[in-house]
Ligand binder design. Sequence first.
Ligand code: G3P
Ligand code: CA
Length: 338
Amino acid sequence: MNHPVRILISLALLALVLAAATCAAPAVPTTGQPTAQPAAAPIMTTTAQPAERPTGQSSQEKPTPMCAKTLNIAHRGARSLAPENTLVAAQKGLEIGADLWELDVAMSADGVPFLVHDDTLVRTSNVKAVFPDRSPWGNHLFTWAEIQQLDFGSWFVATDPFKQIAAGNVSPAELESYKGVKAPSLREALAFTRDHDWRVNVEIKDLSGTPGDATVVETVVALVNELGMADRVLISSFNHSYLVRVKQANPAIATAALVERGDPDPVALLRRLGAQAYNPRASAIAADEIGRIRQAGFDVYIWTVNDEATMRKLIAAQASGIFTDFPQLLKPLVTRCP
Ligand code: G3P
Ligand code: CA
């Protein structure tokens, strides 16, 4: 074979080898970073499953949980010891060693998501004294600037709702610090959580019938995304259409269906919603049902439990987590994960 022919054959062989290598090689992200995961990360326990898991898939296919610890969830912060849905209540939950805290979020008149449980500002602030002519004092009737003028702490000091001040479990210095406490915006609450390397269950209140209904979900998800907290947040709601909207906005955020009276088929409900967890009132679920739902690959977080006997029963039933106003009571009862 003469020299030019050998060169031509060599070039042809080289081209074939290169073509084969290109076809066989997997796509590699050019940045060297992992590719985005479309499914929700298992932020709370090891059992959360992808939103897109097809119905009928066997529970045997999921990995065995490495740790069956029941999570201690400080409800509205440690609200037996500090004014609910404030950063001082979150701080108390953190000091106690809760695994995460829960907060309630609603919208101001000018579209700022902030922490409040009720539909109005009456019970947990001095709104009636500051704005006496603004009955019925609905959350959505006040701008964020107005809400920031309110005191969300003194009512707790005055009413001692869980009798923990009377019991001597709140120090005089803490009591003093609660006076004048402000309602945090959701941005502040999320930043607090991230800055303390903690986790949070964001309950989006049902804002049906108010302007916030159209935007609250997307506003909350945008904040979670902006702060890079998709893996630290569980979003729940009694309004299950909100959970579908969360998944549309960011499928990587874990969601939980809150239920008041129990659902006849929780697993089917969660699959329909693409949710990761079932969050029933304690009286609305039996111990064996907890096991069945968890076997199907979902978490079960139960609210709101303040007595030790029920806590022990739910831990024995392997509830994924317990919401409590007394995380200090639950703390010594829950197993530590390695
Ligand atoms: O998320 C559990 C619990 O907080 C739901 O009820 O009324 O306390 O917000 P509620
Ligand atoms: Ca709540």
